[in-house]
Design a protein around this ligand. Structure first.
Ligand code: SF4
Length: 462
């Protein structure tokens, strides 16, 4: 049983579900990266019409920032000047190429992430949306989210984004404490964050989300509680809470490693997370995912599509996607990563219509691993219906109902399996990173056993 040493909230640090950030597919820890072929085949022109579903969420990556935050390991670039017309033309072209290659008939939601997409001109956002709408249906009601930093979220810019078609804003507030913002290397102040939230709420009422960070070096439980209380007095109906990840190669991680800043102890991180959940529940927020809380049903439908393992197309430097390339014969599901560096990516888009750097067809087992790891992040869990789409021959009961890790986790009150879904209890959700290896292990074992049975016991041991 691999669930010793349980650690609350470790799962939180792994993921910022803000679209397909380079290097971290939304909702996925590093343990679950798909295999990458060294010499990728390139997508061909669209083939016959698909027989299957052709809806997709669309993620668009804007790779530029004004400065480097000292904790940031994302695919972002700080350059003296951006040739925005050139970037826009490439985003438009790649959007159309990839939607066509996927035979996507309907785009269900769009997310502009980064980098700092609020530095882009509203005209760029409008051009990408028009490009998507020219090759697929994009309904007026589709959720269109833009990540914005308070330093580039003045009312005029935000009005421009709204006129361009954005109807939801995700504001990277992170903290309402100036000392914490300086520690993180953020360019904005607490006063600027407050002003940005107020402007955003006026323009996007009920559809403004705030990102907050906890677990900063030196942050106390009381300090975090005070910050959260201040945010609750300011926020709209959606909050995302992220434990700070000390990414190797970042300035903050180096400071902690050298002992210049203290590393927050795990128990404190767990207390911060659990106390935040209590405070948010008291304020009427409902937890619908490990890091995400909403009131009045204000869930992010775009992020839900990642956690539900639906198809998504990632456009822009370093974007990730999960793609069903029907035009090439209807393979089930493929992981795609776009070329990370913007200049190289632009050259590739100009020469062949897209900048796909890596493609990997996921095996049936890898697909179910994704479905499990992503679905368990949500309150709805892995539904029987969704599991059946990816694993028609091996039911949830067949894999997780027999004696083993999942049964033991159920007995401890961390997991539920019933006719509707396999899901974490609220207590289990806080421990997800510790529970997941055991469940993945059970899945692998049962999968191998079933394959052996199907092959009449003649398979080579792995
Ligand atoms: S604004 Fe966001 S993407 Fe840019 S450096 Fe800061 S954390 Fe990274």
């Amino acid at each position: 049983m691999a669930v010793r040493g349980l650690s609350a909230v470790r799962g939180l640090s792994a993921v910022r579900p803000r679209g397909m950030r380079p290097g971290r597919a939304a909702g996925m820890g590093s343990a679950l990266q798909p295999p990458q072929p060294s010499e990728p085949p390139q997508p061909s022109e669209p083939g016959p019409e698909p027989a299957g579903p052709a809806t997709a969420a669309l993620y668009v990556h804007w790779p530029y920032c004004r400065q480097h935050c000292c904790y940031c390991g994302f695919n972002k670039y700080v350059v003296p000047a951006v040739d925005e017309a050139a970037v826009r033309a490439c985003l438009v072209r790649e959007t159309q190429t990839l939607l066509r290659l996927g035979h996507v008939r309907s785009v269900t939601s769009v997310f502009f992430g980064g980098g700092t997409p609020s530095l882009a001109a509203p005209h760029t956002v409008a051009a990408v949306l028009e490009a998507a709408a020219a090759v697929a249906h994009l309904s007026d009601g589709a959720e269109v989210t833009l990540e914005a930093n308070p330093g580039s979220a003045d009312p005029e810019r935000l009005s421009g984004f709204r006129a361009a078609g954005v109807n939801r804003l995700s504001l990277g507030v992170q903290s309402l404490d100036d000392a914490e913002l300086r520690l993180l290397g953020r360019e904005h102040t607490a006063a600027e964050a407050r002003a940005a939230v107020e402007a955003a709420r006026r323009l996007f009422p009920g559809r403004t989300s705030l990102d907050l960070m906890f677990g900063l070096p030196g942050q106390s439980l009381e300090g975090w509680a005070r910050g959260l209380e201040a945010a609750l007095g300011l926020c709209d109906d959606h909050l995302s809470l992220y434990q700070l990840t000390l990414e190797r190669g970042t300035a903050l991680e180096a400071q902690v490693r050298r002992g210049n800043l203290p590393e927050p102890p795990e128990e404190l991180l767990a207390d911060m997370y659990l106390s935040a959940r209590t405070a948010l529940a008291a304020a009427g927020f409902h937890q619908y995912e490990v890091s995400n809380f909403c009131r009045k049903g204000a869930r992010s439908t775009h992020n839900l599509s990642y956690w539900r393992a639906e198809q998504y197309v990632g456009v822009g430097p370093g974007a990730h996607g999960r793609f069903v390339p029907w035009g090439e014969g209807g393979r089930q599901r493929e992981a795609r990563v776009q070329t990370p560096h913007p200049d190289t990516w632009m050259r590739e888009v100009r020469s062949r219509g897209h900048g796909t750097r890596r493609r990997a067809v996921l095996s049936a087992l890898e697909q179910t691993q994704e479905v499990l790891a992503l679905g368990l992040r949500t309150e709805e869990g892995v539904t029987q219906r969704r599991w059946g789409l990816f694993s028609p021959r091996r039911s949830l009961e067949a894999v997780f109902g027999a004696p083993g890790e999942a049964r033991e986790l159920q007995e401890r009150g961390w997991l539920r399996l019933n006719g509707r879904a396999l899901r974490c209890t609220p207590a289990g959700m806080a421990l997800l990173d510790s529970l997941l290896p055991a469940l993945l292990c059970q899945l692998r074992r049962r999968w191998d056993a079933a394959e052996e049975e199907e092959d009449g016991g003649g398979r080579e041991p792995r």
